[in-house]
Write a protein that binds this ligand. Structure first.
Ligand code: DC
Length: 232
């Protein structure tokens, strides 16, 4: 690839589709930054919980966001997240934050602030940005848009495996499946910037694919971006 080619690569999709893993691997291979936009919504929802701000109060949340410093520090293992200078990377992966981040993200005032920050983070190009609305709203002109999906069963299995790996304990399958289902429903049906594939996104169903296979498919698309136009 031309070493001056610094595209924005948007990866959107539902929870558990493998976005963070894939974005991290691609970033490593290409020497790009990986930006996990979900971590920003998570950090804001942590601040809301800590400050007693209601997750259904959009204007108050947006005001809270304007008074916050949320920094993403890309690393090969994922983003380190600093909230007002404090490392909250582990805390924001807890289940209470997973649930409240999805609630915080429905508010247009909050999204407006987030989108402005994310556009700045990606302005120089050379980024893999993952989230729910990157190809549709944040970077509608991204050089490559991928919508990464997987069957609900596989996404549940991946979440169970992650939980086991992180905590050394198994999680309750039904609880994990119900949580994923509810978050999907909320992310896909919200009025503002719902989770939906951009019209010009390449849809990759990772259900039967390994991480390496997904990474290779996306690398092939990056090397040959016009492939996006060949979609049926
Ligand atoms: O990707 P994640 O699970 O860390 O995201 C947490 C929540 O943040 C998710 O349920 C919806 C919201 N989100 C969003 O609305 N838009 C994004 N670009 C990224 C995340």
């Amino acid at each position: 690839m031309d070493s001056r080619f610094r595209p924005v690569i948007a990866i959107d999709g539902p929870a558990g589709a493998g976005k963070s893993t894939i974005a991290g691997r691609l970033a490593e291979r290409l020497g790009f930054l990986n930006i996990e936009t979900g971590a920003m919504y998570r950090a804001l929802s942590l601040k809301a919980i800590e400050s007693g701000t209601a997750v259904d109060d959009g204007p108050a949340l947006a005001e809270l966001a304007r008074r916050s410093r949320i920094e993403l520090i890309p690393t090969p293992e994922g983003n380190r997240v600093l909230l007002d200078g404090a490392d909250v990377s582990a805390r924001i992966r807890q289940p209470d934050i997973t649930d409240s981040a999805s609630r915080v993200s429905v508010h247009p005032e909050v999204r407006e602030w987030m989108v402005a920050q994310q556009r700045e983070l990606g302005a120089q190009g050379g980024v893999i940005m993952e989230g729910r609305d990157i190809g549709t709203v944040v970077f509608p002109d991204a050089e490559l848009k991928v919508f990464l999906d997987a069957s609900p069963n596989v996404r549940t299995e991946r979440r169970l495996a992650q939980h086991q790996q992180k905590t050394g304990r198994p999680a309750e399958r039904d609880t994990v499946a119900a949580e994923l289902h509810e978050r999907d429903r909320r992310d896909r049906t919200r009025v503002n910037s719902p989770l939906v594939a951009a019209e010009d996104a390449m849809i990759i169903d990772s259900t039967g694919l390994s991480v390496d296979e997904v990474v290779e498919r996306i690398l092939a698309l990056i090397r040959r971006p016009s492939a996006a136009a060949e979609k049926p």
